[in-house]
Design a protein around this ligand. Structure first.
Ligand SMILES: [Zn+2]
Length: 308
């Protein structure tokens, strides 16, 4: 176990420990300092605590051999520790907030806000690049894709290298990749697997993507062929108007037209049944699979052509 130090203080090798941030649950970290100097890549996972493919991929990435590494790999494998033990969906149980909606946080805020503030100031700031590893949540299924902040040209370059078929240019606020970009750190977020499952092909796909970016940054030797370019998209999310039963009527990657019925939300006693329609032409890139939905929660995302 090592303390969280200033990056220059770490010797060549693999260091790990827990960093104490006030009264928050100790945050696990790995710092791998390579035999040669070079870029610093920060990898976060477990911001959503039941998105296990990201977490397992981060854990495996920590096995990177320092002898064959140029630069430094900083890995925060489980950002939402309270949520990890609770197997929570979306939120940090300490304040009920979605950590990936409160970036860049604030020093005097709620637990999630203090956590994100710490990550931005202590892990991201001054880094060469950042990658955030996610997955469909316990109640979501998705087709693999990456996200980057619209306008982040280097983040888009990383997203194109990652090797997944779709890349979403996002204008959403409060996300890790937007916070990184706003302090000059190129960033992207990967989505792979879902429904509380992590798969070996999913983890291998995520690791291959991270390693392609590491090779591109000059941190490791180039491995593998350049992947096919992803389709660049935007995403429109539809949320539940009321709490109740959610019955989706679509499949992943199914094409939908604006105003096409995608499913229904109905009352527990059958007191209402609302048709939920797509807001745009596109295809279903993810959707919630749980029978239960709360008002305001995401039901599905429609991927739309970036210029559409
Ligand atoms: Zn997530």
């Amino acid at each position: 176990m090592t303390d969280w130090l200033s990056f220059a203080e770490y010797s060549v090798g693999t260091h790990s420990g827990y960093v104490n941030i006030g009264d928050l649950p100790p945050l696990p970290f790995f710092v791998i300092r390579g035999a040669k100097d070079g870029p610093r890549l920060v990898v976060t996972a477990g911001i959503h605590a039941s998105e296990y493919t990201g977490i397992e991929s981060a854990r495996r990435l920590a096995q990177t051999d320092p002898k064959s590494l140029s630069g430094m790999l900083v890995i925060l494998p489980i950002v939402n520790m309270a949520g990890f033990w609770a197997r929570s969906i979306y939120v940090n149980p300490l304040d009920g907030k979605n950590i990936n909606r409160v970036f860049p946080g604030r020093a005097d805020g709620s637990p999630s806000e203090r956590l994100t503030h710490w990550i931005v100031e202590n892990a991201m700031r001054g880094a060469t690049a950042h990658i955030d590893l996610h997955c469909g949540d316990m109640n979501e299924t998705l087709t693999p894709f990456v996200l980057f902040a619209k306008g982040d040209a280097k983040g888009e370059h990383m997203a194109r290298l990652f090797g997944l078929p779709y890349a979403v240019a996002s204008t959403a606020r409060g996300h890790s990749y937007g916070a990184a970009f706003s302090i000059g750190v190129p960033s992207m977020l990967a989505e792979m697997d879902g429904n509380g499952l992590w798969t070996e092909p999913g983890v291998k796909g995520v690791l291959a993507g991270v390693q392609r970016i590491m090779a591109d940054l000059g941190m490791i030797k180039r491995r593998g062929a350049k992947p096919a370019a992803p389709k660049i998209l935007t995403m429109r999310v539809t949320t539940a108007p009321k709490s109740g039963f959610w019955h989706p009527a679509v499949k992943l990657r199914q094409r939908v037209k604006a105003n096409q019925v995608v499913g229904t939300v109905s009352g527990i006693l059958g007191e209402f049944k609302e048709k939920i329609v797509a807001g745009h032409d596109g295809f279903i890139i993810y959707y919630a699979t749980s029978l239960a939905t709360n008002a305001g929660e995401a039901l599905f995302g429609v991927a739309v052509k970036a210029d559409g």
